[in-house]
Design a binder for this molecule. Structure first.
Ligand SMILES: Nc1ncnc2c1ncn2[C@@H]1O[C@H](COP(=O)(O)OP(=O)(O)OP(=O)(O)O)[C@@H](O)[C@H]1O
Length: 720
C-alpha cells in the first residue's frame, strides 16, 4: 500500500522500487472480449438472484414525444379580437387615447408657434453657417492644415486640387439655388396674401426646427407612461428561491436553476406577463400561493400585480404566474357592459367582473345558485347586487330581496322587488324565513306544473328560457338573501331556514328558482353544511382562514390551491369564482355605486311597467303618500302616546286618508319611513281585540318628530 508518509531513508524521500512493485501488482493486461463476457454473465447472475435490474425500458428512456392530439391549440385570433365587448373596449381606448393626444397638442399650438418663431432666427443663422461651410469645403480644412504642418507637399497639392474642384461645382450649385430662391421669393411676393403667410409659416417652422436646442424638444408630452420591467426566467427563479419553500430550496441546492423549468416561453398576455412554470417535484402551487407577498417581493412588484394560479389539469406543480403592469385594484376596469341596457334576458350569461388580465368574466343564473362570502367590507353586497340587477332588468323575472343587516345595502333595487325586507330585527328575519317557506311551496307548485306539461314542450323536465317566458308560474324567480348568517344563525328561525334553503337549492335549480346567498360569517353555524355543499356557483372574496375558504368555495378548495386567503387589504371586490367555468377564476366584480344602481333600477321599473309585470312593490309609496306620510304619521300619535305599534299607526292612517292609505301594510310603512332614519323598536301595548298586553314592532313618536324637523330644515336650506 502507498502511504502519505515520505521515505525517511532515501535522500529524495521516494522509494521507487516499492512503487514499481505496487503498480505491478495492480496493473494487469485486460482481455476485452473475456471481460465483456464476464460482465454479461454477472448481469445475468444478478438478475437471477434478484440483484439490481434495469427497470427503465429503452422506450421509457427516450425523450417524450409531443402528444399532438392532446396538445392545446393556440387561438388563431387573440382573445381580445374575438370578444366584441373587449374589442369595443380596445377601440374605445384607442379612440380616447388619440383624441386626448390631439386635443392636448391642439390646445398648445400657440405655444408651439411662439417657440418656433423664437427659435427661427437661430435656425436661419445655423442653416447659413452650414451652407457656407459646405460651399467652401471647410470640413476638409483641418486635414489640409495637418499636411502643411507635416510639410507633405504632394499630399497638400492633392487635397488643394480636390478642394478647388469641389468648391467650383458647389459654387455652381449654390448659384443655381440662389437664382431659384430669388425666383421663388419674387413669386411669393406676387402671390396672394395667404400663400405669403403660408410660406412664412413654413419657413418659421423649418428654421425654428433647425434652431431648437438639442435638450429642449418643441412639443410637450401628452401622456406620461410608466416603464414596466420585463418578466424573465431569471427573475422568476430568483423570486421562487426566496420564498422559503423547503422543496424548492432543496431542489435548487442540488440542481441549481434547472430545478425550476418553463414549459412555454414567457409571453405578454393582456396588460402583463405570463410565465408557465413547473415547480420541482413534490412542491405544489398552493405552497407558492400561500407566500404571494414574498413572491411579489422577490419579483420586485406590487402585491396587486402578482397573480399565481395553478393548472391542476397538468399537475399540482404547474404554476401559471401572471404579473400585471398595474395592481388589479388600481387598474382601470371597463364600465359594466349592461350599464346602458334597458332590458336584459336573464337566461343569457351576464358580465360579472374582470379577471386579472382585464378579460370579462361571465356568469349564468339559470340552473345554479350562488353563494358569496368574505370578511366584512370586501364587496359581498356589491357582488350580489349584480345578479339581482340582471334579474330586475328582465321584466319577466321576479325578484325577492332580503338584507338582514339593516344597513339598506339593497334599498336601491327595492322598488323592482316583488318582496323586499331590510333590517337586523326579528321581524325581517321572520319575513325572510316566510319567503323561504313560500319559495319551497313555489318549487312544489312548479314541479306540479312541469309534470303536467307534454313531453315535447318540456322534454328535460326543467324550466327553459322559452317556458319561463310562455308559461304562467314558470317565470324565473331570483331570491337574494344578503347577510344570510343573520337568518341561519337565528336561535328561533335558523334551523328551519337552513333546511328550507337546502331543499330550495336542490329542487329549485331546475324549476327556475334561483337562490343567491351572501354571508360575512361562513362558518358551520352560520352557513348550514347542506347549503354550502350544494350551491353550484361560489364567489369568495377575502377570508382569513382555510375553514371559511372551504365553506364558501367547497371542500378541498384550499388544498387544491384555490385560496381566497391570499387576497390582501386592497383587494376589495376581488375574489375567487368557482363554478362559472371549468377552472376557478380570480375575478374583480364590476362595481356600481348607489346612484348608478338607482338609475338601473328605475330603468328596470319602467321596463316592468311597460311589460305589465310590476308585482305590487312592497316599498313603493304613491307620491301623495310619500309627500304626507311623515306629517300624517306624526299626526296619528296622541299627545300622551310616546310610542305606538306599527299596525295601530297603519289603522289610524287608513282612517285618516282612506284614498291614500287604503293599501298600506305594516311592511310598507316601515320601508317607507326607513329612508328618513325611522326604525322600529319593541313597543309594549294592549291588543284592543283581545285586551291582552304584548310586545310588538312599533315606532317612537320622538324619532318621527325629529325626522319632520330635519326634513323641514333641509327644505329650508335648499329653498335658500
Ligand atoms: N368591485 C369592486 N371594485 C372596487 N371596490 C369595491 C368593489 N366591490 C366593493 N368595493 C368596495 O368595498 C366596499 C364595501 O363593499 P360592500 O358593502 O359590498 O361590502 P360587504 O362585504 O357587503 O360589506 P359588509 O359585510 O360590511 O356589508 C365598497 O364601498 C367599495 O368601496
Amino acid at each position: 500500500m502507498t502511504s502519505n508518509e515520505p521515505d525517511r531513508d532515501r535522500p529524495d524521500g521516494l522509494d521507487w522500487s516499492r512503487y514499481e512493485t505496487e503498480l505491478g501488482d495492480v496493473a494487469e493486461v485486460v482481455d476485452l472480449d473475456a471481460a465483456r463476457e464476464r460482465r454479461q454473465r454477472d448481469d445475468q447472475a444478478d438478475a437471477d438472484d434478484g440483484g439490481p435490474t434495469l427497470v427503465d425500458s429503452p422506450e421509457a428512456q427516450r425523450k417524450p414525444k409531443l402528444d399532438r392530439r392532446g396538445a392545446q391549440r393556440r387561438p388563431l385570433v387573440p382573445g381580445w379580437l374575438r370578444s366584441s365587448a373587449e374589442l369595443r373596449d380596445a377601440a374605445v381606448w384607442a379612440a380616447g387615447y388619440a383624441g386626448h393626444v390631439t386635443a392636448y397638442h391642439a390646445l398648445r399650438l400657440p405655444k408651439y408657434a411662439g417657440k418656433l418663431a423664437l427659435r427661427a432666427p437661430v435656425g436661419l443663422v445655423r442653416s447659413a453657417g452650414r451652407a457656407f461651410r459646405w460651399l467652401f469645403d471647410l470640413e476638409g480644412e483641418p486635414v489640409r492644415q495637418a499636411t502643411v504642418r507635416n510639410e507633405n507637399a504632394e499630399q497638400y497639392l492633392h487635397l488643394s486640387r480636390q478642394r478647388d474642384r469641389r468648391v467650383r461645382w458647389r459654387g455652381m450649385v449654390a448659384l443655381a439655388v440662389t437664382v431659384a430662391l430669388v425666383v421663388a421669393v419674387v413669386a411669393v411676393l406676387l402671390a396672394p396674401m395667404w400663400v405669403r403667410w403660408a410660406t412664412l409659416a413654413a419657413l418659421v417652422g423649418l428654421f425654428g426646427t433647425f434652431g431648437a436646442p438639442a435638450d429642449k424638444p418643441l412639443i410637450d408630452r401628452a401622456v406620461v407612461g410608466t416603464q414596466v420591467a420585463r418578466l424573465t426566467s431569471d427573475i422568476v427563479i430568483r423570486a421562487l428561491s426566496v420564498l422559503g419553500v423547503a422543496g424548492i430550496n432543496q431542489a435548487m441546492a442540488k440542481q441549481g436553476n434547472g430545478a425550476v423549468t418553463f414549459p412555454a416561453p414567457i409571453t405578454r398576455d393582456g396588460p402583463g406577463w405570463r410565465a408557465d412554470v413547473d415547480l420541482p417535484p413534490g412542491v405544489t402551487v398552493g405552497e407558492v400561493m400561500d407566500r404571494r407577498d414574498k413572491l411579489a417581493s422577490g419579483l420586485g412588484r406590487p402585491l396587486g400585480c402578482v397573480w399565481p394560479e395553478g393548472n391542476a389539469d397538468v399537475s399540482p406543480s404547474r404554476l401559471v404566474l401572471w404579473v400585471g403592469d398595474q395592481p388589479m385594484a388600481a387598474s382601470r376596469q371597463p364600465a359594466w357592459p349592461l350599464l346602458k341596457a334597458s332590458t336584459v334576458d336573464m337566461a343569457k350569461q351576464f358580465p360579472f367582473g374582470t379577471d386579472p388580465r382585464g378579460r370579462i368574466v361571465y356568469l349564468e343564473l339559470p340552473y345554479t345558485n350562488v353563494l358569496i362570502g368574505s370578511i366584512p367590507g370586501y364587496g359581498k353586497t356589491a357582488a350580489i347586487q349584480l345578479p339581482m340587477l340582471v334579474a330586475a332588468l328582465d321584466p319577466h323575472a321576479e325578484v325577492w330581496a332580503y338584507e338582514l343587516k339593516g344597513t339598506g345595502g339593497l334599498d336601491p333595487i327595492a322598488k323592482v322587488c316583488a318582496r323586499y325586507g331590510s333590517g337586523a330585527d326579528d321581524d325581517t328575519a321572520e319575513a325572510a324565513l316566510q319567503a323561504l317557506r313560500d319559495l319551497r311551496a313555489e318549487c312544489q307548485q312548479r314541479a306540479a306544473i312541469i309534470k303536467k306539461l307534454p313531453k315535447d314542450v318540456c322534454p328535460d323536465n326543467k324550466v327553459t328560457a322559452d317556458l319561463a317566458r310562455r308559461i304562467k308560474g314558470l317565470h324565473w324567480l331570483v331570491a337574494g338573501l344578503d347577510e344570510c348568517q343573520e337568518l341561519f344563525a337565528h336561535p328561533e328561525f335558523g334551523k328551519e331556514a337552513g333546511e328550507l334553503a337546502e331543499k330550495i337549492i336542490k329542487l329549485g335549480r331546475a324549476l327556475g328558482v334561483i337562490l343567491l346567498l351572501a354571508t360575512q360569517r361562513p362558518d358551520a353555524k352560520s352557513l348550514p353544511t347542506g347549503v354550502s355543499a350544494n350551491v353550484g356557483t361560489r364567489y369568495c372574496l377575502r377570508v382569513m382562514g382555510q375553514l371559511e375558504n372551504d365553506m364558501v368555495l367547497g371542500t378541498s378548495a384550499y388544498r387544491n390551491g384555490i385560496r381566497a386567503t391570499m387576497f390582501a387589504k386592497k383587494d376589495k371586490g376581488v375574489g375567487y369564482l368557482v363554478g362559472a367555468a371549468d377552472e376557478a377564476q380570480i375575478v374583480r366584480t364590476f362595481y356600481l355605486d348607489g346612484p348608478t344602481v338607482e338609475k338601473l333600477a328605475a330603468r328596470a321599473y319602467a321596463a316592468r311597467e311597460s311589460a305589465g309585470t310590476l308585482t305590487a312593490p312592497t316599498v313603493e309609496t304613491p307620491t301623495a303618500r310619500r309627500e304626507t306620510l311623515l306629517e300624517d304619521t306624526l299626526a296619528v300619535f296622541r299627545a300622551d302616546e310616546p310610542k305606538l305599534w306599527a299596525e295601530t299607526i297603519v289603522e289610524r292612517l287608513t282612517a285618516l286618508r282612506p284614498d291614500v292609505y287604503a293599501e298600506l301594510t305594516r311592511d310598507h310603512l316601515m320601508a317607507a319611513l326607513k329612508p328618513y332614519g325611522i326604525t322600529t323598536t319593541q313597543v309594549w301595548g294592549t291588543d284592543p281585540a283581545t285586551g291582552k298586553g304584548a310586545n310588538r314592532r312599533g315606532i317612537d313618536r320622538a324619532t318621527v318628530a325629529d325626522a319632520v324637523a330635519e326634513r323641514n330644515r333641509r327644505r329650508g336650506d335648499s329653498a335658500a
